[in-house]
Design a protein around this ligand. Sequence first.
Ligand SMILES: [Zn+2]
Ligand SMILES: [Zn+2]
Length: 89
Amino acid sequence: MKKITLSVVALTMTMMSFGQTQCKGLTKDSVECKNTTKTEVKLCHIHNPNHVVLSDQTTVVCSGTTKKNTKCKSKTKDVSGLCHNHRKN
Ligand SMILES: [Zn+2]
Ligand SMILES: [Zn+2]
């Protein structure tokens, strides 16, 4: 009995992972986007304006210091590790 239950769970999970749909967005050349997505809006991370990048770019706290010589608390995704305020300098 236990084995059956486990295989059902595995099957359900497999089916869920295949629940990808093609993105409805268009590329710059007005070609259908070939990315697949699992989101309800049927837009891939490129076309979904609400997409939050979690792994591609990590948000870090700015390594710059303020005028008061305290650590900048702004968060940045820039590779320099500096927020927009400190990058301008
Ligand atoms: Zn897309
Ligand atoms: Zn900063």
